[in-house]
Design a protein around this ligand. Structure first.
Ligand code: GAR
Length: 193
């Protein structure tokens, strides 16, 4: 069985779309794959109740209870590895990862970033795209490497930036495309696996 572990920090809408696609498209039959567990580093992440509603195993590992990034990542690695995952999916997981953690999941960890990489790594991507006068924006699914928001690009979605856009309105437009893009990119990854 190919276990997929999804890491979240917030609303978990990408996670929910991935789970729904997996069920609709019968990933368990087609790829012998299943979403095994959802893990949040934030105890109050809305995505946790969403995971409950979807009937998914879910767990919190509060990063604030750890003295260092290394200590948190080491514990997170243990939690994840209980599932012996074929794939780790970062879905709005708002943590910088240590090189050891990234190395451990090399070739089997994906991230979605709300910009057209390599433009606008880091935070506040939508406001920065608006401020730069970009006419298009979007989202990128990529393999995770040690350098933040780098790594081979697997898929991208493009949306227009329109007159009067705010960071919020643009974020909503991009997010609606993320919801299609991420399940598709994971399905393609599973097809090749
Ligand atoms: C998404 O827009 C995702 O691209 C972004 O956070 C949002 C999570 O939404 N990720 C990052 O900014 C990663 N640095 P969700 O929790 O509803 O899926």
């Amino acid at each position: 069985k190919k276990n997929i572990v999804i890491l979240i920090s917030g609303s978990g809408s990408n996670m929910a779309c991935i789970v729904q696609a997996a069920r609709r498209e019968q990933w368990h039959k087609r790829f012998d794959a299943q979403i095994a567990c959802v893990i949040s580093n934030r105890p109050n992440a809305e995505g946790l109740s969403l995971a409950d509603k979807l009937g998914l195993a879910n767990q919190v590992l509060d990063h604030q209870l750890f003295a260092s990034r290394q200590a948190f990542d080491a514990e997170l690695m243990q939690l994840i590895d209980r599932w012996q995952p074929a794939l780790v999916v970062l879905a709005g997981f708002m943590r910088i990862l240590t090189p050891d953690f990234v190395e451990h999941y090399a070739g089997r960890m994906l991230n979605i970033h709300p910009s057209l990489l390599p433009a606008f790594t880091g935070l506040h991507t939508h406001q920065r795209a608006i401020d730069a006068g970009c006419k298009v924006a979007g989202a990128t699914v990529h393999q995770v490497v040690a350098e933040l928001d780098h790594g081979p690009i697997l898929a991208q979605a493009v949306v227009p930036v329109v007159a009067g856009d705010t960071a919020q309105s643009l974020a909503a437009r991009v997010l609606s495309q993320e919801h299609l893009l991420y399940p598709k990119a994971i399905r393609e990854w599973l097809e090749r696996a």
